[in-house]
Design a protein around this ligand. Structure first.
Ligand code: EPU
Length: 437
């Protein structure tokens, strides 16, 4: 339910300056929590950001009788006494996050059964789970479904050969979970190799799994009979770090993003430099600012790793509204990830969307009536306005636009931002933002 805390009024037009710390990655912490289902030993996770997605996955473990203790930045998890969840216990998590489907493989390992609520589509695309289902069938699971649930059953999982149609992050993680404890060897081709996936590989190796990442997106997993507990510090959220970088350059300020790791962001840093951003790599983070020559236009395509992340796209587009010239952004990961553009145009941006693939890569969305290419003419003077945030990443980009804009902006649905960004309000204040309400 919307509350008055879900609305924020910001005054823009002032550079952001200061220092903030970014903690563990939203797209990795929940997967590390799901991994605890593969062991009855205690697991300790540090550098955990306090965000809603972590609460959701912790509540799912608790709903099954597991223990999750949370103390500033640390989660201690034990699934020793968990029971197979009932439909009622999991029903309430449907539609709140993408995580429930990842419980399927681990629950099959633990109980030979799983009932997973359907996730539904969302504001950025239809987001099906067909790769997850097909992969689990390859391991020998029987899968049925009704209107609200998928049902999985397997007396044991057998190692197998799986080729993904597309290098899906979630489906790769599903296979890693299932294969780690399956009987025999699994070879996964066309796997996702995002740093968050590699982090999960490292975590599972700590737990006793045998996983090798070969060239050409092939991952080989030798199943082991059981896994043990772990102690693990989560990687920094590279999406949040990049978003603050865009905020620094777009407002012509300077932000020291403590925790940002160069190795996970090299593709972003290249594009950031090409558009006219400047940065200093420090031992404990990265300082971002606008370069002396100002911002100039660029062409880019989002892609799976090592390409430019789709989750960097929205803040980067706001940055491009402040660059001189005509920029092109071709979104190739999701079919509907430009839904937030209308509001930017209402603020004074000049962005035109196209159904054609405006890039060198032919993507899955060409000729399918999806507006997945954007042409941005800049620089544009943005004006404050009233906006309703449609999703997490669009939310941060609207905040950046509001900070660039002259005057006040009213942002509704700020609760969506809390799903993935820790301490958002305090960070804005630390950077000198005037929050009117
Ligand atoms: N896809 C299918 N079938 C499947 C799975 C995926 O067609 O069974 C398609 C998707 O529709 C999409 C593409 O494959 O077009 C890539 O999806 P992927 O499975 O890689 O995405 P995901 O695992 O569901 C994670 C992140 C996303 C991030 C993507 C890509 C989490 C919880 N979410 O999603 O993050 O955009 O990988 O890197 O890890 C976000 O944080 O805002 C966010 C959307």
């Amino acid at each position: 339910m919307a509350s008055e805390h879900d609305t924020m009024i910001l005054r823009g037009g002032k550079p952001l300056r200061g220092e903030i710390t970014v903690r563990g990655a939203k797209n990795n912490i929940p997967k590390s929590v799901v991994a605890t289902l593969l062991t009855s030993e205690e697991c300790t996770l540090t550098n955990v950001a306090h965000i809603e997605d972590v609460e959701i996955v912790s509540d799912m473990i608790r709903a099954m009788g597991g223990e999750v203790r949370q103390d500033d930045g640390t989660l201690v998890i034990s699934t020793k006494n968990i029971q197979l969840p009932t439909k009622e216990q999991f029903q309430s998590f449907s539609g709140r996050s993408r995580i429930p489907i990842l419980f399927a493989g681990p629950l099959l390992v633990r109980f030979g059964k799983a009932m997973i609520p359907k996730l539904g589509g969302c504001n950025i695309g239809s987001r099906p789970v067909d790769f997850h289902i097909a992969a689990l069938k390859e391991f020998g699971a029987e899968v049925t479904e009704d209107e609200y649930f998928y049902y999985f059953e397997a007396s044991k999982l057998r190692g197998t050969k799986i080729a993904l149609n597309y290098p899906s992050v979630g489906a790769t993680e599903q296979v890693l979970f299932a294969a780690s404890c399956a009987e025999g060897v699994t070879e996964l081709s066309n796997a996702a190799v995002e740093p968050e996936v590699m982090e999960l590989v490292a975590l599972l190796q700590k737990m006793g799994a045998i996983i090798s990442v070969d060239t050409d997106r092939v991952i080989t997993i030798v199943g082991v009979p059981s896994l043990g507990g772990y102690e693990h510090a989560v990687m920094t959220d590279r999406i949040e770090a990049a978003s603050w970088a865009c905020a620094a350059a777009a407002t012509d300020g300077e932000i020291y993003v403590k925790g940002a790791r160069q190795m996970d962001m090299t593709t972003f840093l290249n594009k950031f430099r090409q558009v006219g951003g400047d940065f200093d790599i420090k031992n404990d983070g990265i300082i971002f600012r606008r370069g002396k020559k100002g911002l100039s236009s660029i062409a880019l395509e989002t892609d799976v790793h090592p390409g430019f992340m789709t989750d960097w796209q929205q803040p980067f587009v706001v940055l491009l509204t402040q660059a001189h010239g005509v920029s092109i952004v071709h979104e190739t990961v999701y079919e509907k990830r430009f839904g937030y553009i209308d509001a930017l145009n209402r603020m004074g941006a000049h962005i035109q969307l196209y159904q054609e693939c405006l890039g060198s890569k032919k993507c899955r969305f060409g000729q399918r009536n999806h507006f997945h290419s954007a042409v941005i003419s800049g620089p544009s003077k943005l004006r404050g306005t009233e906006i309703t945030i449609p999703d997490l990443r669009a939310g941060f980009s609207y905040v950046i636009a509001a900070l660039v804009a002259e005057g006040e902006s009213t942002l509704h649905n700020m609760n969506l931002i809390r799903r993935g960004y820790e301490d958002f309000r305090h960070k804005l204040e630390a950077l000198g933002v005037q929050i009117v309400k």
